[in-house]
Design a protein around this ligand. Sequence first.
Ligand code: GZL
Length: 308
Amino acid sequence: LTVAMSVVVDSHAQDKKITLGFAQVGAESAWRTANTVSVKQAAKDAGINLKFSDAQQKQENQIRAIRSYIAQKVDVIAFSPVVESGWEPVLEEAKKAHIPVVLTDRNIDVKDKSLYVTMIGSDFLEEGRRAGRWLEETYKNNPGPINIAELQGTVGSAPANDRHSGLMEIIKNDPKFKIIASQSGDFTLAGGKQVMEAFAKTYGKQINVVYAHNDDMALGAIQAMEEAGMKPGTDVKVVSFDATKGGFQAMIAGKINVDVECSPLLGPQLMSAVKDIVAGKTLPKRIVTNETVFPMNVAAQVLPQRKY
Ligand code: GZL
């Protein structure tokens, strides 16, 4: 009887559906929407039971969702941390409950790296450097001054911090580049438009470059610039991130000059990491998504292949 029982229990264990609790940032941008679609579709394709929450870009909502996943005793918890700090308490609770945690998209700033198994996402510092190198190349024969107005992403978030730092690494030794204005538009179209309206009023024609941390803010800024009689893409160069369809369409319209890709399609990598964790495999601490840079002159031929 015991042998039969152990066989039954064993096969039962193998068939047990994995349950993943995913705490998403929100629905603030086209990038985020595509990321959510990727996670949900990949869970379905992988036969993983997904519990999903949208935190409306509030850290306290993400923490509450993670706590509820702990209470429900899910097999794995994954989340895209809206900001870099403030995660130790809830991650300690997950650790005490022996529930492994995977970070996707954005990183956290913690001393104790055992609080998460792996971080799957882009290298935002390198994205910022790529934008900086594009500026250096574009203005190499221009003595300057080149005045930059920066639309920052969500305050305290890894992409906002690192896309700024990456740019600074490249231009800090070149005095012709000057960031004359920098403010957060919270990664939203409305936020980008609002901030750019203020920049246009205050600085107007002094602005040579708009450095937007994502396409949604760039598209909002383009609306504001046109309403202020400025010509985005010609009088003012526009640098953006994400490389969403909206960004490609703006490049084809000649209103964004370069779009640094940041892929939201992390779902499949997340699900294979979840399966590996449940199977007891060890994972690298960092899984970087590979990405590229799209200048406006390739946008028309590349757009048909884009998935988000
Ligand atoms: C980047 C991601 C950012 C996108 C924005 O990986 O965290 O958040 O660049 C999104 O569009 O809102």
